[in-house]
Ligand binder design. Structure first.
Ligand code: ZN
Length: 504
């Protein structure tokens, strides 16, 4: 029997906000080596899981778990952190690369950023390409919030991109990436990639793919994949908070050795997106107005604090809603999460049932969030180990505490974690359905995961991931850029990336 062909599988994922003042560190990453990588993903809803579903069943392939690094979104990775992470990642790839390696699959996000390297994914791909050589296919999966760079596109063969926002196609995107590899390895497909850069940063409800205008464009991309001759098609909207030289929206189409078609379809997607981009703006409600309106409703309602979304790279230590609820004398039952390591430590020292006066919030970004001193009761303590409800991936929030101030319950976590679904509340004994106001620190999760809420308010408050993009202070991304500048002109241009390999 012929020996099984080895496919290297690795992961490096983080999404950052350049406007978060706290750099993230190597220690913020969960590192998985060898078979621990596959064990962690086997039962999860992730791209690697999708890859395992498709390729793991094949007798002629051997999937090799190489290295996984993933972290909650945060500030840009520190120089030392990126040095170590990239060195470990590339050493692991080099160790696993043997003459019988047939392909590489990399699960990436696309919106990483390091203080010392504005294109980490491009850096990694360039070095993986150097390591495995020009003939070994490299297929990547990306978040639609990823930034595509010239260096990334020049150093991989094909890319599969999420088609849903809020994201619910992690596994199927990994499956699509795996099928790209099958097309190359089984049928000798020769991918050519075309991209069109679109000078727009977008936010708001029209991005919800199930109902919004962006979804209509994605539907066209999906049709191109299912019967239109594209191996992969997508529109990436980038992460508006990753201020980098190629930040923007981009269409991407991969065809089998048909550059003309790839370019034509990428142009079609880009023009369709541009036609509606002006409507892809957040509709933000002033916080005092939301509190007053919520006070007159039976609840529960959700307060979307997209400006402080750890899942987008914000610090998570915003106390703005808390401060306004207290100041306004709001009497309903409110639950909200906050990152505050010193407050969690003090609560653990004091013990359950203790009453104490603590500053809350602003431990990371005091410029935006002056600490708020509050009298609280420690209702519950935890170790911060639980599973996210939707992805079923573990959360490592560090020591946690539920602090009560009147009818407000504050879930204090030590480390930033995704604050998207109900898990952060349920894991701490709080049932969101019993609350009047639920603070959801995520741009789009409230309407998806808190469907029992009678209203969602998307708030205009400060934060490192504010949908009020003009408030952030971009300095690196291309200009002019919608909506940072007026009268932006779209001059579409197709860039082609044919496969570098020599296989014919
Ligand atoms: Zn995303």
């Amino acid at each position: 029997m012929a020996s099984r062909r080895k496919i290297l599988v690795a992961e490096c994922e983080q999404e950052i906000s350049s406007f978060n003042p706290l750099p993230s560190q190597y220690a913020d990453f969960t590192i998985l080596r060898g078979k621990a990588l596959f064990e962690a993903h086997a039962d999860a809803d992730t791209c690697i899981r999708g890859c395992l579903d498709v390729l793991g069943a094949r007798q002629d392939f051997e999937l090799v778990p190489v290295y996984g690094a993933s972290a909650c979104s945060a500030g840009p990775l520190s120089p030392g952190g990126f040095d170590r992470l990239s060195r470990e990642f590339l050493e692991a790839i080099a160790m696993a690369t043997k003459p019988d390696v047939a392909a590489v699959y990399l699960s990436m996000h696309g919106a990483m950023g390091a203080v010392s390297e504005l294109d980490p994914e491009g850096y990694l791909l360039e070095h993986v390409r150097t390591c495995v050589g020009p003939d070994i296919p490299i297929v990547v999966s990306l978040d639609l919030h990823g930034l595509l760079t010239d260096r990334m596109l020049a150093n991989c063969d094909a890319i599969a991109v999420y088609h849903t926002y809020p994201h619910n196609d992690f596994t199927s995107t990994g499956q699509r990436a795996a099928r790209l590899l099958e097309a190359i390895l089984d049928r000798g497909a020769r991918p050519v990639m075309a991209r069109v850069f679109i000078p727009a940063l977008v936010r708001g409800p029209e991005l919800i793919t199930a109902s919004g205008l962006y979804g209509k464009v994605i539907d066209r991309a999906k049709a191109m994949e299912s019967g239109g001759g594209a191996m992969s098609a997508a529109v990436l909207i980038g992460n508006p908070f990753t201020d980098a030289p190629e930040l923007g929206s981009q269409s991407l189409v991969v065809t089998d050795n048909d550059p003309e078609k790839a370019g034509r379809l990428a142009m079609e997607l880009a023009e369709a997106f541009w036609a509606d981009h002006g409507k892809m703006l957040a509709d933000l409600v002033p916080l005092p107005e939301a509190i007053a309106d919520a006070a007159g409703r039976p609840g529960p309602v959700t307060f979307t604090d997209a400006a402080d979304a750890p899942s987008s790279g914000a610090s998570g230590d915003s106390n703005r809603i808390l401060a306004d609820l207290v100041r306004s004398g709001y009497r309903g039952r409110a639950i909200l999460p906050i990152v505050d390591a010193p407050a969690a430590r003090r609560a653990h020292e004091a013990g359950t049932g203790a009453r104490l006066r603590v500053p809350l919030g602003g431990t990371i970004d005091p410029g935006r969030f002056p600490p708020l001193e509050l009298e609280v009761e420690v209702e519950r303590l935890g170790d911060g180990e639980y599973r996210h409800e939707v992805s079923r991936m573990p959360a490592h929030a560090g020591p946690t505490a539920v602090l009560r101030h009147g009818n407000i319950r504050i879930v204090v976590v030590t480390h930033p974690v995704f604050m998207m679904d109900r898990a952060i509340f349920l894991a701490h004994g709080l049932d969101p359905e019993q609350a009047d106001i639920i603070v959801v620190k995520s741009p789009g999760a409230a309407v998806r995961y808190f469907t029992f809420a009678c209203r969602n308010y998307v708030l205009d408050i400060p934060g490192a991931t504010s949908a009020n993009l003009g408030s952030l202070g971009h300095r690196v991304c291309p200009r002019p850029m919608f909506p940072l500048d007026d009268d932006v002109v779209f001059q579409p241009r197709v860039q082609l990336y044919p496969r570098l390999g020599t296989a014919a």
